[in-house]
Design a protein around this ligand. Structure first.
Ligand code: ATP
Ligand code: MG
Length: 234
């Protein structure tokens, strides 16, 4: 079932959903950020509920007020990188997070990659908004790709998990989280638990990567980190 690195390279021309989970400090944000930074040929949107998700890409523009649409490129052909930091005190906080997904959906044929580092805020179980539902049901038709990370898969709407093309699993101690992941990727809970324990034994920041198209699970060493990363001190 589980194979070693190298796993199949990500095809950036394909719109896809990547779900990342693992306990605090395991390496989720590093993985999400590296994947987001390296993805070529798309406009990029960071939906940042806490102000901790910074791509540090040179083109990145950070705003605190949600715009009506993604900005136009400064120069033709140059990718846009927009980071919107949400206001947790706003009475419309939840709606705003959902509306922000609309920036990636419309105009429909614009290719946008979205990074959500607190996926439980944007895709809470049983409470996703209309834009979130559209994105999860039809991401390909809307030319949207999504990188979504969370420490607790149990709090996430199951639709996100069932739509994921790739599931990245860092150290995930809670049995219920493991069971949720096992059910959604169609791997025996005992088998997944054994693989995760073996991955943890390899050392810090190792992870597993499940590829839905291949129905294969890979064990992967820590990713090389680019500069400028700050782990949120909470
Ligand atoms: N691939 C890696 N190589 C080396 N160090 C790493 C790697 N991944 C993570 N780390 C170290 O672990 C720290 C925490 O990583 P990261 O911020 O990605 O965790 P997280 O899972 O997002 O945690 P949280 O749940 O608190 O957001 C990083 O600041 C970095 O020092
Ligand atoms: Mg993080």
């Amino acid at each position: 079932m589980s194979e070693r690195h190298p796993f199949p390279a990500l095809d950036p021309d394909k719109n896809q959903i990547i779900f990342i989970c693992g306990r605090k400090g395991s390496g989720k944000s590093v993985n999400a950020r590296e994947t987001f930074r390296a993805w070529p040929g798309v406009d990029k949107l960071v939906i940042d509920p806490t102000g901790d998700a910074d791509s540090s890409l040179p083109q990145q523009v950070t705003v605190h007020k949600l715009p009506a649409a993604m900005p136009a490129p400064k120069r033709r052909g140059e990718p846009v990188v927009l980071r919107w930091v949400a206001d947790q005190a706003s009475p419309t906080y939840r709606e705003d997070l959902d509306r922000a997904l609309g920036l990636a959906l419309r105009p429909k044929n614009r290719r946008v990659l979205v990074w959500v580092d607190e996926a439980e805020e944007v895709f809470p179980a049983g409470r996703i908004g209309p834009e979130g539902r559209t994105l999860l049901a039809q991401s390909r038709h809307w030319y949207v790709s999504l990188i979504a990370a969370t420490p607790r898969p149990m709090g996430i709407d199951p639709k996100l998990l069932s739509q994921a093309d790739r599931v990245v699993i860092y150290d995930l101690p809670h049995p219920r989280d493991r069971e949720r992941i096992a059910a959604s990727i169609g791997i025996e809970p005992k088998v997944l638990a054994r693989e995760l324990d073996a991955t943890r034994a390899m050392g810090e920041h190792w992870f597993m990567m499940y590829d839905a198209r291949e129905h294969a699970l890979y064990r992967v060493p820590p990713l090389p980190m680019s500069e400028g990363y700050k782990h949120a001190q909470q």
